[in-house]
Design a protein around this ligand. Structure first.
Ligand code: ZN
Length: 398
């Protein structure tokens, strides 16, 4: 596999593809993306777009290009990421490809891991030592007192030990949030409730959320049921990290509260299917139908969706998540928005990523087929580029 940058000349061009420049605009057929260094300098039809003869050309005839994808709910908490400073570079690069870049992800938001470890991982990528995606992280999530799973349970989940701060009250929540924000995290994650512990109060959630917002950072909540969502929304969180299929349909009160507070949802539909895999088929179907119905209701309310799978807790292939989102009624433009423009807007990146447009970073996903025709094509990636560099190239023959 060749991971070298294609940029040996100043200009490079992806030539011949169908280009979905954004979810809302008509695609360009037989198009060209011209890049200079890390940036996109022009996008247009091949017949109309002039580009320098010295430009290095990557043949993309028959392929389809979108902006690089964002997964807004991942975790670098599996044991494979432990001691991130010491993992040999080739191994670390392969792990990042396996989990993310081979599926077109150029940006991820990690919402629960060891901050110091994830920061080291990110440093190795951002220094150029290892090819990988842009990473944001909340670091350790805040949990209710006694809410942290035992080391034994974490071990069975394949997760490294996570000394998360346990929160008793508003003062404790504020203090824990400030500690994390001072350490440099990009957002705050709260677990609204946990087995065998008292759920966080609205006041505690608000105390942490206020600190995050003062620092200009988003707040994510892990809810276990609809009541958790309502408390969290009233407490000022920004992103609901899961659907909650075990607590029945989302009613009008909940949907209205979510909408009024302008929250976004990462549906994580595959997660519940995965956790229910040992249950009877009829039970599995019931849960799947419920989570799909919750997402459908949220869409009908005009709610914002950010693609998110709880990656690290589930299998890496996102195919099933795309299929379930489509089953909930999401069109290709809506799914593409959840992967590109919606997270860019939510995380303040619209001037940098999320579209295939002049002046933006050349973060691009190149697919074998057009996902507008069949959504499953979103999981079949030929090249992934970050800032003009190929950070994933599918093995020859695939
Ligand atoms: Zn998660």
């Amino acid at each position: 596999m060749n991971n070298s940058p294609i940029l040996t000349s100043e200009y490079s061009a992806l030539v011949g593809a169908t280009i979905h420049i954004s979810p809302t605009e008509e695609p360009i057929r037989d198009g060209v993306v011209l890049m200079q260094g890390e940036k996109i300098v022009s996008v247009g039809q091949r017949a109309q777009l002039q580009f320098p003869e010295t430009a290095q050309v990557l043949d993309c005839f028959g392929l389809t290009i979108t902006a690089g994808l964002c997964n807004s709910h991942v975790h670098f908490f599996e044991r494979k990421w432990a001691d991130a400073a010491k993992i040999p570079a080739p191994e670390l690069a392969r792990q990042l490809q396996d989990m993310l870049t081979r599926f077109g992800f150029t940006t991820v938001f990690d919402i629960g891991s060891l901050w110091e470890n994830t920061r080291r991982l990110r440093d190795r990528i951002d220094s150029g030592e290892i090819l990988g995606p842009r990473i944001r992280s909340t670091g350790e999530g805040l949990v209710p007192v006694g809410g942290l799973p035992s080391d034994q349970v974490l071990g069975m989940m394949g997760v490294m030990k996570l000394p998360a701060p346990e929160i008793a009250d508003a003062a404790g929540a504020a203090a824990a949030a400030i500690r994390l924000l001072d350490a440099g995290v990009d957002g705050i994650k709260l677990f609204a409730s946990a087995p065998r512990s008292t759920p966080l109060t609205e006041g505690a959630i608000r105390a942490a959320a206020d600190e995050a917002h003062r620092a200009g950072k988003p707040v994510f909540v892990h809810p276990n049921n609809a009541a958790d969502i309502l408390t969290a929304v009233r407490g000022g969180v920004d992103i609901i990290a899961h659907t909650t299929p075990h607590s029945g349909p989302w009613d009008e009160t909940l949907l209205a509260a979510m909408k009024d507070h302008r929250v976004a949802l990462t549906p994580t539909l595959t997660l519940w299917k995965y956790y229910m895999r040992h249950d009877r088929l009829s039970v599995q179907e019931q849960i799947t139908n419920m989570e799909v119905a919750q997402l459908r209701a949220w869409l009908a309310a005009g709610g914002e969706v950010l693609f998110g799978t709880d990656l690290g807790a589930v299998e890496y292939d996102p195919s099933e998540e795309y299929a379930l989102m489509a089953q909930a009624g999401m069109s290709f433009p809506q799914i593409l928005a959840s992967l590109t423009t919606a997270p860019a807007r939510r995380f303040g990146d619209t001037e940098k990523v999320g579209r295939v447009a002049r002046g933006l970073e050349a973060d691009l996903a190149v697919f074998r087929k057009d996902p507008a025709v069949n959504i499953s094509a979103l999981a079949s990636v030929k090249y992934t580029l970050r800032a003009g560099k190929i950070i994933y190239r599918a093995p020859v023959g695939l």
